[in-house]
Design a binder for this molecule. Structure first.
Ligand SMILES: [Zn+2]
Length: 200
């Protein structure tokens, strides 16, 4: 992907993510490298993100692997800005991560501060300073691009079509639900989970 195509994806990603974040552009490069290195897949292309971040949104936008179709899995507990694209047929995958050793503090200082989370307090506060810093991060990243992305060939351990829990009807709320636990009542009614209380 050339810089022009990359910047087009960046704009689409900003539209989708609703925020202008340099991570979106970096994610687009990571995904592009993974996809070209992976080549043809025998079954469905699947993705794994190692954190909940803008990376997840770019994966969904560029690959069509989404949370809803379950071709995207997020291992949020890993907390790394990394992605793996793999073939669901056999788990063959390519993992992309940020190679911090390749990021020069002298050649690409703002990119360096971005990844080490040491941008100035003014930038962290947001507003114009943050936008300007973001533009600088983008400019610096475009000079190094693939050079700062680490690539690994991996085998994903749990691949294939995931088991879908069976559906049941809750005797209490009368709604249909997926039986993730073995209880006959849904998780809300059995008190296992919940996030709201009814008004009144
Ligand atoms: Zn219920």
């Amino acid at each position: 992907m050339n810089d022009e195509e990359l910047l087009e994806w960046y704009e689409k990603a900003i539209d989708f993510h609703k925020k202008r974040a340099p991570g979106l552009l970096i994610a687009a490069v990571m995904i592009d490298i993974c996809r070209s290195r992976l080549g043809e897949v025998k079954d469905q292309l699947n993705a794994i993100c190692e954190s909940i971040s803008c990376l997840c949104d770019v994966v969904q936008l560029m690959t069509g692997c989404t949370i809803g179709n379950r071709y995207l899995t997020i291992y949020a507990e890993l907390g790394r800005f990394a992605v793996t694209l793999y073939d669901r047929a056999d788990g063959r995958g390519i993992r992309a991560f940020i190679d911090l050793d390749k990021i020069s503090a002298t050649d690409t200082p703002e990119l360096y501060r971005f990844f080490y989370r040491t941008r100035s307090a003014e930038v962290k506060a947001g507003g114009i300073a943050r936008l300007k810093s973001g533009e600088q991060v983008v400019r610096e990243f475009l000079c190094v691009r693939d050079q700062v992305i680490g690539i690994q060939h991996v085998w994903v351990e749990k691949f294939g079509k995931p088991q879908k829990p069976s559906a049941a009807r809750c005797p209490k709320c009368r709604e249909s639900f997926l039986q993730i636990n073995t209880t006959s009542e849904c998780a809300m009614c059995s008190g296992v989970s919940g996030y709201y209380r009814l008004e009144g």
